[in-house]
Design a protein around this ligand. Structure first.
Ligand SMILES: C[S@@+](CC[C@H](N)C(=O)[O-])C[C@H]1O[C@@H](n2cnc3c(N)ncnc32)[C@H](O)[C@@H]1O
Length: 393
């Protein structure tokens, strides 16, 4: 787990999280940290502030939908104000040769310049005259760059009428995850979601090592590869024999060529799971059922509605089938499409779990409106949104 500053810093009651997928990333954090999170604010689109009792640093290594995490050390009234607490904290962890950076989210160019100047002035007054300021493109040092340049990075964003300053204490080490997407034998970028999103969805299922996860529309197996990396037992189903073969190849490759260890991929229909599984129940289900036909342009609203209605038949039948084979304490995570139309509307495939004995999953006290929309990951005119269901007890 790459901590860029001591993990003890995260035992703070206000923690800033730079989000990879918007609201979905907040849902992931709440699923992992549960009742430790009392409230979540989103002062700007890319950042959430989690109000926490105690954020056990060991759970951070699990988070996949976050780029950076750090405690809010100071809220300054103006961008040009002194930053005594931040400077104190940084100067106790830096030396003359350190790199530093400020990553601004939702901040104007002028405010960004003022914040950088105040931080540098403060550090100089502390005797750190030669620290090197990295000036990132677009005023954001990406998490990989934070690691590669060994920079003490500070996240800054508008907050409660001023500016919050949160030194980045943790970033994910996503190199291995990226490789799992690009180097696998059957990459299938046309149908596959990114490993980072797949891992976030798997985290939403909240499973422990050794438990069984099913993807009944497994395609090339991206979700299952991430589940296997978390030591889950993987079951995959796809109606196309070629996909079954590809998922097997990708899974075998992901564990270094060992055959059939911890996974079982079968050809079958997601609408008939009970027969396929012979009544066995799984601990979690995570799936992205259908991509709608490839669109060259935004469709008319009526066209989008017709496409979504047709897909909804498969989704609803499959949801009923999934509800039959989930353990009473399991969760079902389903990605649905939200089509952007030429009329400026969004047509979203909606699911009603109550019909089949499911309710919407609400971790802790935050409260989420379903389907939870994803930011920053969409296929041209189709956005993704996510449902998480659990059986009604
Ligand atoms: C969007 S893709 C899944 C992609 C997958 N998440 C990945 O990253 O590789 C949907 C898959 O569902 C399969 N499929 C479509 N209808 C199905 C059905 N009724 N039962 C099982 N699989 C089905 C398709 O063959 C396709 O591979």
């Amino acid at each position: 787990m790459p901590f860029t500053l001591p993990p003890s810093l995260l035992e703070s009651d206000e923690v800033a999280l730079v989000l990879a997928f918007g609201k979905l990333s907040v849902l992931e954090a709440c699923a992992l940290f549960g009742r430790d999170i009392q409230r979540a604010e989103e002062p700007v689109e890319r950042v959430s502030v989690l109000h926490v009792d105690h954020l056990a640093p060991r759970f951070l290594g699990e988070l996949s939908g976050a780029h950076k995490c750090g405690p809010i050390t100071e809220v300054v009234e103006q961008a040009s104000s002194d930053q005594p607490k931040l400077v104190d904290l940084l100067s106790s962890h830096l030396d003359e040769k350190s790199n530093i950076s400020l990553s601004g989210y939702g901040i104007s160019e002028d405010d960004y310049e003022d914040l950088v100047r105040s931080m540098l002035d403060g550090l100089r007054e502390k005797g750190l005259r030669k620290v090197r300021l990295l000036r990132p493109d677009g005023n954001e040092l990406l998490s990989e760059q934070v690691l590669a340049r060994e920079s003490a990075d500070v996240v800054a964003f508008p907050y409660h009428g001023g500016f919050a300053l949160a030194p980045t204490a943790w970033v994910p080490d996503s190199a291995k995850m990226r490789q799992r997407g690009t180097r696998r034998p059957a990459p299938h970028p046309d149908i596959a979601l990114s490993p980072r999103l797949a891992r976030t969805l798997v985290n939403l299922a909240g499973l422990a090592p050794g438990q069984a996860l099913l993807d009944p529309f497994c395609g090339a197996g991206t979700i299952l590869v991430e589940a296997l990396a978390k030591s889950l037992r993987c079951l995959g189903v796809d109606s196309r024999a070629s996909r079954v073969q590809e998922a097997r190849e990708n899974l075998r490759w992901s564990i270094g060529g060992v055959t059939d260890m911890g996974y079982d991929i079968r050809k079958g229909d997601a609408r008939d799971l009970q027969r396929m599984l012979r009544g066995t129940k799984v601990n979690g289900i995570v799936t992205e059922p259908l991509l709608l036909p490839r669109l060259d342009a935004r469709p008319k609203t009526a066209t989008a509605q017709a496409m979504v209605e047709e897909a909804a038949r498969v989704y609803n039948d499959a949801l009923a089938s999934m509800a039959e084979c989930i353990q009473p304490d399991g969760r079902i995570v389903v990605v649905v499409p939200a089509v952007q139309t030429m009329d400026g509307d969004e047509v979203t495939l909606t699911l009603d779990g109550r019909r089949v004995g499911l309710r919407l999953y609400q971790p802790g006290p935050v409260g989420f409106d379903y389907p939870v929309r994803l930011s920053f990951e969409s296929t041209r005119w189709i956005r993704r949104a996510v449902y998480v269901f659990e059986p009604r007890s």
